[in-house]
Design a protein around this ligand. Sequence first.
Ligand code: PMP
Length: 364
Amino acid sequence: MSRVYNFSAGPAVLPVPVLKEAADEMLDYRGCGMSVMEMSHRSNMFQQIIDDAEADLRELLGIPENYDVLFLQGGASQQFSCVPLNFSKYTGNGVADYIVTGQWAKKAHKEATKFITANKIATSEDKMFTYIPDCSDLPITPEADYLYICENNTIYGTKYWTLPNTKGKKLIADQSSCFLSEPVDVTKYAMIYAGAQKNVGPSGVVIAIIRHDMVPEEELPEVPTMLQYKTQVDAKSLYNTPPCYGIYICGKVFRYLLDQGGLEVIAQRNHDKAAILYNYLDQSKMFKGTVVPKDRSLMNVPFVTGNPDLDAKFVADATAAGLVNLKGHKTVGGLRASIYNAMPKEGVEALVQFMEKFEKENAK
Ligand code: PMP
């Protein structure tokens, strides 16, 4: 068996011990004679899996009691509609504010305009989303029901290192690509959500952490049942058949992160890994990071050579060397290394060594 260093933005690398444990349990999960994929979501066995996953996630992030934890489906993209439908159109003023720092925030904003007045109160689109705007004194709309951000911008490699001054508004954050990469103070948010396929598990699971008072008390007659947070809260994520296997893997990742020492330890490792790559980029004559240094993500590191042919050669040569998925997102081109929690430091070191060699061999 040989494993590559996988720099994919998602679905992405998972911890090897988690994959091994899942492989060991594949045919016979803890003596029940079947795999987790084959068991009823109404079984005691699966109930234990989802309960443990929730408990471990609560411990990892220090999630207070007054927040619900949901395991949802529909991808992070489905939350682009759920958020305005549940928190504004039928429960509030039908007005919300959005900060647009990349494609995913842009899509969330566009989706919200289908249902509510969604004001774009700041954007970094003027400079190809290469920075996070100053959010210390934004023109927050007085009647806004919430303020929405995408906290880590997967495609552009930017991250909010300071949360916006919400001026008392409820903050909703898409944390898909930075979820569990560092400790966060959950109480600063009314809702956090994240697609699992970057830092915590397979695609098909979305994790939502919602302050309980945000969840509509009554059923919303106009909103599809599956898109109502109340449905999922009341049924404890088991209204219908959930993505059982995905939840099981997420649970294993949560346990693994706890066993590693928790999110402080993980955050330190992420800072160390990112520094290796950024330090190299900052002195390279061939490769240039594309993001304003103060707003750099620890998870997604975009860079360019400035020459699309050379970028393509780099991707091909790197792939041949076992360093895969380094192509930038199709909308921006260039190169991108996603270095999520499960990317070992050795993977980043191998990438930098390869870049040094490539730079020497291909210098004009
Ligand atoms: N938000 C962010 C920050 C993302 O990176 C992505 C996907 N890469 C999405 C939302 C959309 O996720 P999904 O494909 O699960 O709908």
